[in-house]
Every structure is written in C-alpha cells, then in structure tokens.
Design a protein around this ligand. Structure first.
Ligand code: GLU
Length: 424
C-alpha cells in the first residue's frame, strides 16, 4: 500500500537493506501492532546539508553532511555524528534506525537519529576540523535541540567536537545549552564514565551472555576488530575478568598472540599514527586471516557489514559481541545461528554509550552531577536487565537475540505510535 522510498537504493547487505530485513523478521511477533510496522521502514525526516569551509591554504572546499531523524515517537531524536569518507545518506538512515531500536531496547525516553559528514578527518588540520564541525552544526541547527534531537560522538568524533557543537548551537540560540549534545568534556556538562560507557556495556552484556552460555571468562580467548573507544575498552575489561586478547585488528593491520596481547603497551601504541601494527608483542598476519584466529569471543567494533557469510562460516567463536553498529549482514546472521554461535546484537550490546549519554543529559538538566560509581552501577543494572529480558523473549519464541531485541523494542516504539495516533 505504501510507495517505496525513492531516495535510497538498498542492496541485501547494505546498511539500510540489512536494517529492512531485520525489521521484516520481527513483524510476525508484533501481533496487532504489525499494522504500524511500515513506520519503522522510513525515516521521519532526513536533512542533507552543504558544508563549505575555507581550508588553511585558502581553497574553498565543500562537504556533504546529513542528519536523519528516524523516529521520535518515544522522545527526542538521539544518536551520534560520524566523520568518515564513506558516509552516505543510506548509511546514516540505517544508523538512525538502529538508534531508534537501541534506545527502545534499553527503554530510554528517546527516539533515534544520526548524523554524519562525508569527510576524512585525518586529512584536516585542527582548525579545519573546527570549521567543518561548526558549519555543520549551524546547518543542522534548524532541527537539533536539547528537546528535539541530541547528537553525540560516533566514529571519528569526540569530546572536543561535541564542545564545538555545543558552543555553536549556543551562540546561534543565545545562552549556554549544555543539553544539546552529549559526550561533552567533563567541565562543559559532560558525565563521568561516558567515554568508556560503550565498551563497558559490551563487557556487561558479554559477561551475562557468557554466564548463560556456561562460557568461563577466565582464560577465554578474545578477538577484537576495531581498537578505538569501544573495542579497546571492552578488551581491557575482559582482561580484568581473566580473559586474554589473542587478536586485534585496526585500520593499520592485524596482530595476534595466542598467549594474549599485552594491552598496557598495545593501547597507547594503537593511539599513535603507527596504530596496532606498530606493536611488537605479537605477530602480524594478513587482515583476512583475522577471521580464522582460534577464539571464544569475537568482538566486531569497527564498521558495518564486516561479518559476511564467508567470514561467518570461518569463525571459531561461540559468542559474538557487536560493539559496532550493523557489523553482521543478515545472511551471516543465519549462518552463525545454524553453527550455534550466539550473537549479542548491536542494538543491545553497544547501548552502553547512549545509556550514559542519557545520564549526561539528565544531569545537565538538573545541574546535579553524579559520581562515577553511581553511573557505572546504574549502567550495569540497565544493561543486565535489558539483556536478560531479551534472552527470555528469545527463549519463549525460539528466535535469535536480535529478533527478540527487535520484538521488545518495536513493541515499545509502535505502542507509542499507536497511542499518540496519526496527526491530523
Ligand atoms: N554513537 C553511539 C551509538 O551508536 C552513541 C550515541 C549517543 O550517545 O547518543 O550508540
């Protein structure tokens, strides 16, 4: 009955194509709410902006930026901003939709949104990075706001970029609006625990999943793809719990050590331009061999579409923890399920970041800041409860954790949609 969207042309494994298949899989479990399901398959609002800046050498460069508000039935839009040369409208749409599902899965009072600029930030000077951030913020300023849509960090964005975004929005509106973005530096209304929150959430959901699987974390072998803010923090927490990290892949290469990589040396090196490949305490192997490394837990914490059908057939892992958004294509999901590999899906596994973003936003409005213990205890509780609820739903219907997460989340989203009713 509804017309297809004209502005995307998804394929089976592209981000939006992946998301659409994930929605299709949950429809049979939505009961009467299925009537509203089409709402999940189209973004509420998508803004494309031109971002012109004067470069240090005097040239004028134009970049393409996006902000997509996928759904706001349960609250303001929420979701990060990504700076990456591969960003497209289609990718941002999928990422915004995954935010809708994610915030509903952990029951935060938000909808889903996402933004991005198609740019390689490594090629920009600090001054150019500030200019592109400010101009982009000003352009999307017509749709963001502390009560409408709240950006946050994502791939290649950080606290400094959030500070510029907050300042630009505040300059344009008058006053100081700390609640317009989360993931800010501490003295600008940021929250303790935010930087490590996504990695911590991956650990908490992984710990609970391992417990239910009967997989002992002591001595468990972990392989991590993507060693930024998510992968490296999760790796550290698993090592604290007795596991060992046997393989790490980042954009510079893949290193392995069956006895465990020394994270105290590896993490600082991975933050330098040399990257993980600059680490001496392991063997370098070709990137594709990362997927064959004997391991118990696989943590994809980089970009979308990494676990393809072929890689899903190869992995030795029993447990996959999706630190990244959209790392597994639907066909690979089926192969992993057939092989008895449990996948804790992105929309629950990496929800720790947006959960502490929510804490930050609440603290900004009350101007009362919590200590780190309180944040971590609350984060742990929310993630644990969400995981167990989803696990029980999966057991009840004999479905994957992903479809169970969508069932729990989509019921909340569509119930809100139905109760609000169609306007006019
Ligand atoms: N970019 C993160 C995510 O994908 C965090 C979003 C937020 O804190 O709003 O979940």
């Amino acid at each position: 009955m509804s017309e297809k969207l004209s502005f995307v042309n998804p394929t089976a494994n592209s981000p939006w194509g992946t998301y659409l298949q994930q929605v299709d899989r949950v429809i049979p479990y939505l009961g009467d709410l299925a009537r509203w399901a089409e709402t999940l398959k189209r973004p509420k609002r998508a803004l494309i902006v031109d971002v012109p800046i004067e470069m240090d050498d005097g040239r004028i460069a134009h970049y393409e930026g996006y902000r997509v508000q996928h759904n706001m039935s349960r609250g303001p839009g929420k979701g990060g901003v990504r700076f990456h040369p591969d960003v497209t409208l289609e990718e941002v749409m999928a990422l915004s939709a995954w935010m809708t599902v994610k915030t509903a899965a952990v029951n935060l009072p938000y909808g889903g949104a996402k933004g991005g600029i198609r740019v390689d930030p490594k090629k920009l000077s600090q001054k150019e990075l500030e200019k592109i951030t400010r101009r982009y913020t000003s352009e999307i300023g017509i749709i963001i706001g502390p009560h409408t849509d709240i950006p946050a960090p994502d791939v290649n964005t950080n606290g400094q970029i959030m500070a510029w975004m907050m300042d630009t929005y505040s300059m344009n509106t008058g006053g100081t609006s700390t609640g317009v973005v989360t993931g800010k530096p501490l003295h600008l209304g940021g929250s303790l625990g935010r930087v490590k929150a996504t990695g911590r959430g991956v650990f908490v959901t992984g710990r609970e999943a391992a417990r239910r699987l009967g997989l002992d974390l002591r001595g468990a072998r972990i392989a991590v793809q993507g060693f930024g803010n998510v992968g490296s923090v999760a790796a550290e927490l698993f090592v604290e719990a007795g596991a060992k990290v046997v393989a790490v892949q980042d954009h510079t290469g893949t290193i392995v050590n069956p006895d465990g990589l020394d994270l105290n040396t590896l993490i600082p090196i991975s933050r330098t331009p040399a990257g993980a490949a600059g680490f001496e305490g392991g063997d370098k192997i070709p990137n594709e061999q990362f997927w064959d490394v004997p391991c118990d837990i696989l943590i994809p914490a980089a970009l979308e579409g990494q676990i393809t059908a072929e890689r899903a057939r190869k992995t030795a892992a029993r447990l996959v923890l999706e630190g990244a958004n959209g790392p597994t294509v639907p066909e690979a999901d089926d192969i992993l399920a057939e092989r008895g590999v449990l996948v804790v899906p992105d929309v629950i596994c990496n929800a720790g970041g947006v959960t502490v973003s929510y804490f930050e936003w609440v603290q900004d409005f009350s101007s009362f800041f919590w200590d780190e213990d309180e944040i971590n205890v609350r984060l742990d509780r929310i993630m644990m409860n969400a995981l167990h609820q989803i696990w029980d739903t999966a057991d009840k219907h004999k479905i994957s954790l992903r479809t169970a997460t969508y069932a729990v989340a989509c019921e909340r989203i569509l119930m809100a949609r139905q109760e609000r009713g169609l306007y006019p």
